[in-house]
Design a protein around this ligand. Structure first.
Ligand code: COS
Length: 386
């Protein structure tokens, strides 16, 4: 749902210009340094990029889902590390509070998340619980004083945890319920004693975006930090957050695929073999055409699902379909783009070598492709039985 086409067009144009003039020229440096320059982080704050999806009354831009995915198409066109830094504040690191937080929790945290003063992170995955998220074992035991919960356990691969000021943590408040209903969600401030971070993970790609373990050892969290003030609904909060996050990631996949295809097309037009540009060869043309078609399909899916969500529909199935198709499509486009580049595609001087590694993550995080398939099929079966 686009509310004001002119304002949105201006925002999209300023994001596109920022990507073109500031982010793309710095991509290689960010990968080399494994860090985003503070000047660029400052410009991201000024543009309002940390608060795209946070409601206006809390200092954000309050974009609708359709507006947000259109911005994500633009951000996808550069190194995913940049998007990752603002990604959690707009997605998994803030939406638990936006969707289910108490008015006090919203007032306390959302304005600082929207401005980028605070980085938000989301801790669901554990060493023994990834796809089977409901089996998590991090415990949150209500202390005798009633005013605190005591958290123990380890969370793994937590995006932006090294930068985070607050972390939405899913923990088991009911040890008698080993499934989803025993889980509650907490907002844990970084400085809480008993919370520590593991060493930064060394990843295949997306250098400049950071993940690490988050460890809780008798970490005393005030009871007021329980999201929504209710125990036992934390898993549902996490699933709702992921439904939205999956649509956002699908949109980023579209942008990344567009960028990789643009690079491959430019290379195919410039590179000559057998006396002519390789773009003239039909086997190369087939790769270009298949990529264009699949990107168009993914873009259309993402926009359709976003509009449905804006219209108030439950888009659990559609978000999973979009994430599944767009991330797999992105992988195929990355592979073809390397192929079109030939030997050059394997050399780090070309952005495609980095993108090929960076986009591999899209098929894994916020639910693997297999989890999306499972969600889609289960929803179909449930619907049919109704
Ligand atoms: N929105 C709201 N509620 C949801 C929901 C959604 N999208 N999906 C599930 N729920 C609810 C269910 O309705 C159920 O509630 P009730 O017990 O009241 O009926 C509860 O949550 C448990 O759901 P379910 O039985 O489907 O849970 P399962 O353990 O069988 O598995 C999957 C659910 C596999 C889909 C879930 O664990 C998952 O998404 N795993 C992947 C996790 C992931 O994406 N990790 C990435 C890390 S974050 S970067």
């Amino acid at each position: 749902m686009i509310r004001d086409p002119d304002t949105l067009a201006a925002l999209l144009e300023s994001v596109a210009r920022f990507v073109r003039e500031r982010l793309i020229p710095n991509e290689a440096q960010v990968a080399d340094d494994d860090a985003i320059p503070s000047a660029i982080v400052g410009e991201m704050k000024t543009l309002g990029l940390f608060g795209l999806s946070i409601p206006v009354e809390y200092g954000g831009i309050g974009l609708t889902m359709e507006e947000e995915v259109r911005v994500a198409f633009e951000l996808g066109r550069t190194s995913p590390a940049f998007r990752s830094l603002i990604g959690t504040n707009n997605g998994i690191g803030s939406q638990g509070i936006v969707l289910d937080g108490t008015p006090e929790q919203k007032a306390r945290y959302l304005p600082r998340l929207a401005s980028g003063e605070l980085i938000g992170s989301f801790a669901l995955t554990e060493p023994g619980s990834g796809s089977d998220a409901a089996s998590l074992t991090t415990s949150a035991v209500r202390a005798a004083d009633g005013a605190h919960y005591v958290l123990n356990g380890t969370k793994r691969y937590i995006t932006n945890a090294p930068e985070a000021g607050i972390i939405t943590v899913m923990a088991r408040t009911d040890p008698g319920d080993r499934g989803a209903r025993g889980i509650s969600a907490f907002i844990v401030e970084r400085e809480t004693s008993g919370l520590s971070l593991g060493k930064a993970d060394r990843k295949m790609g997306q250098r400049g975006a950071h993940t690490c373990d988050v460890i809780f050892e008798n970490c005393r969290v005030p009871a007021s930090q329980l999201i929504g003030g209710r125990e036992g609904v934390g898993f549902k909060t996490a699933m709702k957050v992921l439904d939205k996050g999956r649509l956002h990631i699908a949109a980023v996949c579209v942008g990344a695929a567009e960028r990789m295809l643009a690079d491959a097309l430019a290379y195919a037009i410039e590179r000559k073999q057998f006396g002519q540009p390789i773009a003239e060869f039909q086997l190369v043309q087939a790769m270009l055409a298949d990529s264009k078609t699949e990107i168009y399909a993914a873009r259309s899916m993402v926009l359709d699902a976003a509009r449905l969500r804006d219209d108030g529909h439950d888009v659990g199935t559609e978000a999973a379909c979009a994430k599944l198709f767009a991330s797999e499509m992105c992988g195929r486009v990355a592979d073809r783009a390397v192929q079109i580049h030939g030997g050059a595609g394997y050399i780090a001087d070309y952005a495609i070598e980095r993108f090929y590694r960076d986009v591999r993550l899209f098929r894994l995080y916020e639910g693997t492709s297999q989890i999306q398939q499972l969600v889609i099929a289960r929803n179909m079966i449930r619907e049919a039985r109704r």
